[in-house]
Design a protein around this ligand. Structure first.
Ligand code: 4AZ
Length: 227
């Protein structure tokens, strides 16, 4: 079950996941950086095994409405392999990734269809941003202050992608973490796009965490994307 949730690394020693995934992990549990295939983790020299020191859910996480569905994981040490984190965390006031239809990328090892089997190889898919998500069948279940939808008929995150990243890629190839895979009804249906926890309003909560490491927070981290 715990492999069902992805962790996005945001600094050499910190990773982000969904708060609803936090109960599945605890101190001492392994985190595998650089993993590509679930089935070949043990023999894969690119995999760096890290361990959880602590995991803390957003102070305003609501496990019923799923508002603020974000948690920060501290690893016992920084990546020695030099795995770099996502380049930027989305910022309040930066509208770059929030126009309807903006292409964003969701990634993970979740199922390839609703109720289907999980992917062995890391997958990624381009999904259009749907910031006006109250116009879908979700209605008021969608909170635009703490969530953003993305997806369309046939393109979506799915079961097991929870905790994974939704990011934008700018013209110089840098990645901005815009959301964290949170919830949805089924997968890849036009009236039910994927719902992601918004990173920008949580940024002030994420950032000040580790004083010493705060400076490096934007420098490293990552998720593995296959070509
Ligand atoms: C899940 O259960 C899940 N289609 C993730 C994403 C979506 C639905 C469910 C969005 O992990």
């Amino acid at each position: 079950q715990r492999q069902m949730c992805i962790r996005d690394s945001i600094s050499p020693q910190y990773a982000i996941t969904a708060a609803h995934c936090a109960p599945y992990w605890g101190t001492g549990d392994p985190i595998y950086l650089g993993q590509h295939k679930e089935s070949e983790r043990d023999g894969d020299g690119c995999v760096e095994t890290m361990y959880i020191e602590s995991i803390v859910s957003h102070e305003s996480y609501n496990d019923w409405t799923l508002q603020n569905d974000i948690a920060v994981i501290k690893l016992t040490e920084a990546s020695q392999f030099g795995y770099a984190p996502i380049d930027h965390l989305d910022q309040p006031g930066d509208g770059t990734w929030h126009e309807p239809g903006t292409p964003l990328v969701a990634a993970g090892w979740g199922t390839l269809s609703s109720g289907g089997s999980a992917a062995d190889t890391a997958q990624h898919v381009v999904v259009p941003a749907v910031p006006d998500c109250w116009e879908t069948e979700y209605g008021e279940g969608y909170d635009p202050d703490t969530m953003v939808c993305a997806g369309a008929e046939g393109v979506d995150s799915c079961q097991g992608d929870s905790g994974g990243p939704l990011f934008g890629i700018d013209s110089s190839g840098e990645r901005t973490l815009v959301g964290v895979v949170s919830w949805g009804i089924g997968c890849a249906q036009s009236q039910y796009p994927g719902v992601y926890a918004l990173v920008s309003p949580a940024r002030a909560w994420i950032k000040p965490r580790p004083r010493a490491e705060a400076a490096t927070l934007h420098k490293l981290s990552l998720i593995h994307i296959s070509e």
